[in-house]
Design a protein around this ligand. Structure first.
Ligand code: UDP
Length: 478
């Protein structure tokens, strides 16, 4: 047996739990398939580390090590960063000296081959040259939104109005045409700071040696091939997905267990799962419409409900307080719980999504179209009602409903509300209609493709091996 050399790489996540988990899920797959690779994760921190992050870090295998970088204090960011998103971005900027320091001490100990950074930490890519290592961006979302990011500087130059006012759909290479109002949220208002930030950020997407994306060829053939096209001037793109969690952490609490027991008692494919991700929030008015829609559809449902917010569709995403003590009667229609006690189950705030989606009783998923939720739905063959709220979710919804035709998208009225009749109709269409059956079949096919992509000879596994091999060969030369 030849002694295999260890190949060391460093990864830098974005700030917060939801930017930590994806790049570490990727790292886990990487070291599982290629055990000679060792990962050191350098974690930029705002304030003190979240307890959810610490819990997750305890599940890592021994060849993934991590350090929390010196924390940035919120009060140091306040004058400039008003929104939490901006604070997260500034935390990266302020952490750069610590990332530099950490990389330096790592390289002194052992040769480093590559640096992989989350798409919100691309500023750190600059250090790769200095340490003479390869550098990559990890993109935890769709190749479609990645394509928009590569295309944005050009679009910005060519367009004088707001994108939502463009009369024609936007044609991003390889993607289905998008109406301006459907492209990702930070590009919806070109006058604000968030847009300028995104524009700066996406220009840096090109500076590394490649982009690793949590997608797979068969779900986004158009954009993935277009990104790789010769003469497109893009760095190499490596689709390695779908990478999803296998169980939902904290899925073993009382609420979680109760809903799984309830699902056990339902007919196969009879229940609609309703969830808006880890942070999606509806207005009071919208909650009421959704409730009446669910009720009058006469279909079974499992609804993860969160307290309403009038100001932001991602309110809960940035809230630090747990919502387990919400009083549902405060915002669900009077009598709703009583009338639907046979028809449905309502759980506050958080559900074991993976266990739910893999349950045989689930027949559909009404989702906010977060990319992780989509990949999880695909991996379990569950067709969708695509109800986007924020970030790049509208693009994902278009991909699913117009592109892949594995989901249907609600119509919103002039006040931005999906009315109860529309909700009920869509549920019936998905759960009992002919079109619903077709969507279901297409989703089953997509599931097969997803599973195949991850098999030993699958497209994503091969792509990942290609990367690992490149790094190993480089190590042999050192
Ligand atoms: N999730 C969950 N239970 C919930 C809500 C969300 O387990 O009640 C998990 C879900 O399985 C997914 C992630 O949280 O892995 C949500 O990620 P996604 O990209 O779909 O949306 P985001 O929360 O980032 O908006």
């Amino acid at each position: 047996i030849s002694m295999e050399k260890t190949v060391n790489i460093a990864v830098v996540p974005g700030v917060g739990y939801s930017h930590l988990v994806p790049i570490l899920q990727f790292s886990k797959l990487l070291v599982h398939l290629h055990p000679y690779i060792h990962v050191t994760c350098l974690i930029p921190t705002l304030g003190s580390p979240q307890s959810s992050s610490k819990t997750f870090l305890q599940t890592l295998p021994s060849n993934i090590k991590y350090t929390f970088l010196q924390p940035i204090h919120p009060q140091d960011l306040l004058p400039q960063g008003t929104t939490l998103e901006a604070q997260h971005q500034l935390t990266i900027t302020h952490s750069l000296p610590f990332i530099h320091q950490a990389l330096k001490s790592l390289t002194l100990r052992t040769p480093l081959v590559a640096l992989v950074v989350d798409c919100f930490a691309v500023e750190a890519l600059d250090f790769a040259k200095e340490f003479n290592i390869l550098s990559y961006m990890y993109y935890p979302a769709a190749a479609t939104s990645l394509s928009l990011s590569f295309y944005l500087p050009k679009l910005d130059e060519e367009t004088s109005c707001e994108y939502r006012d463009l009369p024609e759909p936007i044609k991003i290479p390889g993607c289905i045409p998008f109406h301006g109002r459907d492209i990702y949220a930070p590009a919806q208002d070109r006058s604000i700071q968030a847009y300028k930030l995104i524009l700066q950020l996406v220009k840096r997407f090109r500076i590394g040696d490649g982009v690793i994306v949590n997608s797979f060829l068969e779900i986004e053939k158009g954009p993935i091939e277009a990104l790789a096209e010769e003469g497109s001037d893009n760095p190499p793109v490596y689709p390695v997905g779908p990478i999803i969690q296998t169980v939902t952490s904290s899925g073993d609490d009382a609420n979680g267990l109760e809903c799984l027991t309830w699902l056990d008692k339902q007919q196969p494919c009879s229940v609609l799962y309703v969830s808006f991700g880890s942070g999606g929030t509806l207005s009071q008015e919208q909650i009421v419409e959704l409730a009446f829609g669910l009720e009058s559809s006469n279909h079974k449902f499992l609804w993860v409900v969160r307290a309403p917010s009038s100001s932001s569709s991602s309110a809960a995403y940035f809230s630090t307080s747990a919502q387990n003590d919400v009083d549902l009667s405060q915002f669900l229609p009077p009598g709703f719980m009583e009338r639907t006690k046979e028809q449905g189950m309502v759980i506050p705030s958080w559900a074991p999504q993976i266990q739910i989606l893999s349950h045989k009783s689930i027949g559909g998923f009404l989702s906010h179209c977060g990319w992780n939720s989509i990949l999880e739905s695909v991996m379990h063959g569950v067709p969708l009602i695509t109800w986007p709220l924020f970030a790049e979710q509208r693009m994902n919804a278009v991909l699913l409903s117009e592109g892949l035709k594995v989901g249907i998208r609600p119509r919103v009225n002039e006040n931005g509300i999906v009315e109860r009749l529309e909700v009920a109709e869509l549920i019936k269409c998905l759960m009992e209609g002919e079109e619903g059956g077709k969507m279901c079949n297409r989703m089953k096919k997509l599931k097969e493709n997803a599973i195949n992509a991850l098999k030993e000879n699958g497209s994503s596994t091969k792509t990942l091996s290609q990367l690992a091999l490149k790094w190993r060969n480089l190590m042999q030369e050192i």
